[in-house]
Design a protein around this ligand. Structure first.
Ligand SMILES: [Zn+2]
Length: 375
């Protein structure tokens, strides 16, 4: 065993191996006027990619001697969201798939499902960065948290793995809309004397006077609101659902965000606190959902604690688990031709590019532009 392995776990918080694969896009035309069905077909190879999580560097792929062969695996992965499909093929080829593949056969994965997985992780990273930012944009934070919690369920079956994306507390709450005891609505009707519902509201920290005509319009007059289900469900829950203080804070926040509009809602301290707790809860749900295949393990050889990670997907989310989210964040590279995100100190406003190559490319292209302008 090479010497460097001896202190391996001291500098790497966890490691993980994955078979690399040969990956090709397959396009099947099913009907002349229909969109073709695109899949990536992955054939596992005998080679193994070895990964480690290094403090301040994040998830990296290692050379056999333990040095980094490719840095920034998470930032490259979420960059695939907008990358050409050739780059996705290459990523899967070099790093292997997110879950174990069946050996000695082509494993197909739907391109759209894979992109949906990439986007979900990218949105989670973006939300963590939005929270870590010194200049927080609360509309961005609430919109991202809503986007993640309300996204369509992703479901894939690959080899023995059945993967289903995280289902959020908000989704469960929304599914109760329309089934709640409406006695509250009726009671409020009586109290209000026909004009306003007095609704206890944690965002305004008092009683919100909800115009009954407006309520009825949202709840019962679907022609007016074009059957806007989210607004309908949130309004029903806002008026009729008791809930825990946490649930109420989330519902009251989203109600005002939709009802007053993202520019109309007042971002005072209570709104900000509710937005942050909604966002943090959403991030926690996403990360925890993907850590179920990770277990602590004691390495008898090195006598060091370590983690057993069961999939590349787990390894990617585990790297968010270790992200020091108050001081570090992932930022998209400033080179428009590069899709990567990169890890940076949240206080650093100078670092704009993922690597020196991107920085040099941009310096050169600015130089060419200036020369062009001088002509
Ligand atoms: Zn770059």
């Amino acid at each position: 065993m090479p010497e460097i392995i001896e202190n391996f776990y001291g500098e790497n918080l966890y490691t993980f191996t994955n078979p690399t694969c040969s990956c090709k896009e397959d396009v099947i035309y099913e009907a002349p006027d229909a969109e073709p069905h695109r899949t990536f077909k992955m054939y596992p190879e005998d080679n193994t990619a070895r990964f480690a999580y290094k403090a301040k560097k994040g998830l990296v792929r290692l050379n056999p001697n333990g040095t980094a062969e490719q840095e920034n695996i998470l930032g490259t992965f979420i960059g695939l969201s907008t990358a050409p499909r050739k780059k996705i093929e290459q990523f899967l080829g070099d790093n292997g798939f997110l879950f174990p593949l069946t050996p000695r056969e082509y494993n197909p994965i739907d391109v759209d499902a894979l992109i949906a997985i990439v986007n979900r992780l990218k949105d989670t990273v973006d939300l963590m960065s939005a929270i870590a930012s010194n200049k927080k944009d609360y509309a961005v934070i609430i919109n991202l948290a809503l986007k993640i919690t309300l996204a369509d369920t992703i479901s894939i079956q690959i080899s023995d793995t059945q993967y289903t994306s995280c289902s959020h507390r908000l989704t469960h709450l929304l599914s109760r809309a329309g089934q709640i005891d409406m006695s509250r609505e009726n009671k409020l009707h009586a109290q209000a004397g026909g004009q306003f519902f007095p609704v206890e509201d944690s965002i305004i920290n008092g009683i919100y006077q909800f115009n009954i005509n407006e309520y009825n319009e949202i709840m019962y007059d679907h022609d007016t609101y074009g059957n806007n289900d989210l607004r309908w469900a949130i309004t029903d829950l806002f008026v009729n659902y008791n809930g825990t203080p946490d649930e109420r804070s989330m519902l009251d926040l989203i109600f005002h965000f939709l009802h007053d509009g993202e520019n109309g809602i007042v971002y005072h301290d209570r709104t900000k606190a509710a937005a942050l707790s909604f966002a943090q809860y959403t991030i926690g749900e996403e990360i925890n959902h993907h850590l179920t295949g990770i277990h602590p393990e004691y390495n008898a050889e090195t006598m060091e604690p370590t983690w057993k990670v069961d999939s590349l997907m787990g390894a990617l989310y585990f790297s968010l688990f270790y992200l020091r989210s108050k001081t570090e964040l992932y930022r998209p590279c400033g080179n428009p031709k590069c899709n990567n995100y990169f890890l940076v100190k949240s206080t650093s406003s100078k670092t704009k590019y993922c690597c020196t190559r991107c920085a040099n490319n941009m310096t050169q292209s600015r130089y060419r532009q200036r020369k062009q302008a001088d002509k």
